[in-house]
Design a binder for this molecule. Sequence first.
Ligand code: PLP
Length: 400
Amino acid sequence: MSIRTGREFLSIPGPTNVPDPVLNALHQPAIEIYSGRLKDITRTCLEDLKKIFRTAGDTYIYIANGHGAWEAALTNSLSRGDKVLVLESGRFAVGWGQMGQKLGIEMEVLAGDWHRAVDPEKVEERLRADVNKEIKAILVVQVDTASSVVNDIPAIRRAIDNAGHPALFMVDTIASLATMPFEMDEWGVDVAVAGSQKGLMMPPGLSYNAVGPKGKLAHKTADLRTQYWDWTAREAEIHYLKYCGTPPVHMLFAMRTAFDMLFEDGMENIFKRHSILSRAVHAAVEKWSEAGALTFNVQIAGERAPSVTTVNFQDQYNAEKFLDYCDQKLAVVLGIGIGEGEEQSFRIAHMGFVNAPMILGTLSGVEIGLKALNIPHGSGAIEAAIEIIAEAVPAEPGQK
Ligand SMILES: Cc1ncc(COP(=O)(O)O)c(C=O)c1O
């Protein structure tokens, strides 16, 4: 018996739900790639990326997933033998550093905790100890999609400044951009990376670099530069060279449409929506956790991401069976756990093109799954989520 027929609730932390206008934008014939409309789309999207990253620096579009943007950031700004300091708060910053190791970069991990945000004091302490300034770049994620930790980027910047350290500050915003504030210039971020498939509401396949003056300076002497990723090569006037080959025509149509939708909604509103929906999810998990069988991966409320929530079961419960039930019986597709304790964990995504009914549908699916599998859970979770949303989204005077 399954009651799966109906709209599937995709609640994985990337790829996320793609709005119909963006999907429809893909369904057009290809157009000429050297001039005219496509050139305009590239120009306006590169400008709009600056608005989204909040930078006056330069932006670059790659036909690649997030790993491609990682490699682009590293190869454009570093040299063989350079050392990077990776700030651990889950899976992804370390993955970025490991990619660097294959390129010939030396990686040092500032050990963190799977359940906690990066501690800026530890960053300052480590950088102060680097008297010979051997560390050339600091790599961190704003949101770690595996642990669901959110890091305090301005606080880490202050730690770097307090230590008087000149390393490049490189931030992965793949699971945070367009879900929460990111102020590249104000926060002193030198290189930022993002991907199309999460808050930016596009299919996977495009990724981005944003680069400030210090990143551009490092680029001049970086010896890991390759033809494909090279920032300078992509600044050429010829449109074809901006992509080091054939532009991703259809994905550019999708990007233009997604950006139009984002700006129409307005960034402030988007951040508020993510904040409200994440608080609704957190309120539900809080209630469920009262029975002791499951808990937040991130114990401190202020360190929980606005885009994804990782939930851990006690050892005796198997997350795979729970996820299978939700998917196969209810069409609620939750994220699998990845990394530490993955067999016991699952993730609820609340990023990108999502609204209250979608989140409440997902939460209800989770609760049905908990009941059906006899996993103890506190009651009142859905009511708590509704309460948060209703309070945060009051009726307008004329609607009462
Ligand atoms: C924070 C973060 N960084 C990097 C990546 C890697 O991106 P991709 O899987 O698109 O290569 C992901 C993917 O989920 C991510 O969440």
